[in-house]
Design a protein around this ligand. Sequence first.
Ligand SMILES: *Cc1c(COP(=O)(O)O)cnc(C)c1O
Length: 395
Amino acid sequence: MPPESLPAPRLDWRTKLAHPDAAAPPGFRSLVTPVYRGSTTVFASAAHVHDHWDRRETPYTYGLYGTPTTLELAARIAELEGGGLTFIAPGGQAAIALVDLAVLKAGGHVLIPDCIYGPHREFSDRWLSRWDIRAEYYDPMIGAGIAALLRPQTQLVWCESPGSVTMEVQDVPAIAAAAHAAGVPVALDNTYAAGVFFDAFGHGADIAVQALTKYIGGHSDLLLGSVTVRDEALYRALGDAQQLLGMGVSPDDCSLALRGLQTLGVRLDHLQRSTLEVAQWLQAQPRVARVRHPALPGSPGHEIWKRDFTGSASVFSVEFDAALAQDDLVAFIDRLRLFKIGYSWGGTTSLVVPQFSLHRDLPRAGRNLVRFNIGLERSDDLIEDLRASLARLPG
Ligand SMILES: *Cc1c(COP(=O)(O)O)cnc(C)c1O
């Protein structure tokens, strides 16, 4: 509290622009979290001035660590994932990098499933190596066998389940049990499950990452990521890293993610149903060798999906007949009208992207791999679109 107030001076209109007396009437109550912007956070007194990221001590000291809009999104992701505390990052890839930079140290070793998201692999191979950290890739179906790969230098085990594009469902509880027996934390990229179809912490993960860009955003109009932890030491390491990296996010994007959360339930219910309809239809087509969708029998890790997941999402991959030329598959994709060609997924529009040159150590899928994302269109229309284009493949 200021010890004494000076009498109010008469101010020039220019000064008034920064120090107005006018304001909107108070008392507005809406269902929506306002977009609070701010770099500077005003302190009540000079004695209170300090700069710290830990919202539990002082929620607001500088805009970098979040405004009420950011921290509400963080709290809601933590609640949804049943975690402790969540950090919001500028994207899913930023969230992954944040975890690595917070946890790994020079001379360390990190285990990563061979099915990991492509840019995650690039970061591990090209950047972690700069700091003398070794990334080793393991068979995503390894389960308890991960124990044999753990070394004294191992600092982190990553899981991504199902894996990007090849869709292997991992035995996270078995991997976590082996890692924990060696004192190594487990980070899970839980983007596919939207933080809800797979209980990361209940199944042994210590760090849960999501690209909020996908289902939480839900409309292909923002990039955000999240990192959720329960453990105090991990919380401190992540908060410290986020501050030092200056990894702030826009409250506008957070506001869009909060809007996305309101419809997450109905979108996922719809997407689950219509994606299964399209995937099952594709599975029955003669030019399709195999559909990689965790809820379909025969997809890698399907039994584990049944045991551990409470739902399936909108993204899956199709292995086309190995006899088809890739040019013919390119033409098949180009003929589709409703499926737009592009990266990312989880929005309202169906998407398709060829995956002919997937980087994998282990041969996992045929070379004629195509990834689909189902949107909110009627599944009948999507199937008709696919049927029309498939019919023109050369016989
Ligand atoms: C999309 C994606 C990411 C990266 O998210 P961005 O927000 O695009 O950076 C990370 N992991 C998985 C599994 C993803 O699908």
